[in-house]
Design a protein around this ligand. Structure first.
Ligand code: ZN
Length: 279
């Protein structure tokens, strides 16, 4: 990087910018954009080209009033692998800059040489994959025959997630319980849905809600419960350094919330699962 620090005429001017600095300052090289033309340009009238695909997508999402928080899925804006690969390339450049700013020698330290690209790929393809990939395909099977299953189903799903605040790992299990509705989905699909929700920047409280909502969408079940217990890297590796801390969150809907018998059966099932295989 040869850029010298200089005041940004857009950001430092007396005219109050409409966007916050961190949202609007492109990574790597300065691009000056008049706020009233950028969105129009993105709408397709040409004449203006953004430097980064990530910026183009960001403008589109803003124009559509699409929320793109760390826990949101934005797969409808990433149309194919070619686009994703370009985003990975752009993120690689940005991570290189971060490593430079951290004064880590990525030129001669053999372990840091490919780190920027490894980080970029890891974010897009692994730890935040649930933001960029479409929902898992869940074929629903009818559950409407005479001898339909009417009992409670409890599935335990291993979870790996990441806190939005520090990008530290969150690891634990979700217990998903429901009373079977008109259709059933394959057992592995519960875990696929849970992991798809988890592979983002999350808050555990929101994650429980997200899983409950997506399971409801896939199954049509109105009676359902999601219980998550997880350890948080941001409590274990930093901050209070509390190594055995465990956080529990519960979301209950329909009979799981209103009927004490159903609620008790759910938690009894969880206990039985934990006795069968401690977790
Ligand atoms: Zn955190």
């Amino acid at each position: 990087m040869t850029n010298k620090f200089k005041l940004d005429p857009v950001i430092e001017s007396n005219v109050k910018p409409e966007f916050k600095k961190d949202e609007y300052e492109p990574l790597g090289k300065p691009v000056y954009v008049k706020k009233e033309t950028a969105l129009d340009a993105m709408a397709g009238d040409g004449g203006y080209q953004e430097a980064y695909l990530a910026d183009v997508i960001r403008f589109k999402m803003k124009r559509d009033k699409k929320r793109f928080w760390a826990g949101d899925n934005i797969s409808e804006y990433i149309l194919d692998d070619r686009m994703k690969n370009q985003l990975i390339d752009e993120a690689t450049d940005a991570f290189e800059l971060v490593l430079d700013r951290l004064l880590i020698d990525r030129e001669t330290d053999p372990n840091s040489k490919g780190t920027a690209r490894r980080l970029a790929k890891m974010y897009f393809n692994e730890i935040m994959a649930g933001r960029y990939e479409q929902a898992p395909d869940c074929t629903a099977f009818p559950n409407d025959s005479q001898d339909r299953y009417e009992g409670m189903l409890v599935v335990r799903s291993e979870l790996r997630s990441m806190c939005s605040h520090h990008h530290q790992p969150v690891s634990g299990v979700a217990y998903i319980g429901l009373i079977a509705a008109e259709h059933l989905i394959g057992l592995s699909k519960y875990t696929r849905i849970a992991q798809w929700c988890a592979r983002r920047g999350t808050l555990q409280e929101e994650l429980a809600n997200d899983i409950a909502r997506e399971i409801q969408k896939a199954t049509g079940a109105k009676d359902l419960g999601v219980y998550i217990q997880a350890t948080h890297g941001c409590c274990e590796n930093r901050g209070i350094m509390a190594h055995s801390s465990l956080t529990q969150t519960t979301v209950l809907k329909g009979a799981f919330k209103d009927d004490m018998g159903t609620k008790k059966e759910f938690f009894d099932n969880i206990k039985m699962q934990q006795e069968f295989a401690p977790r």
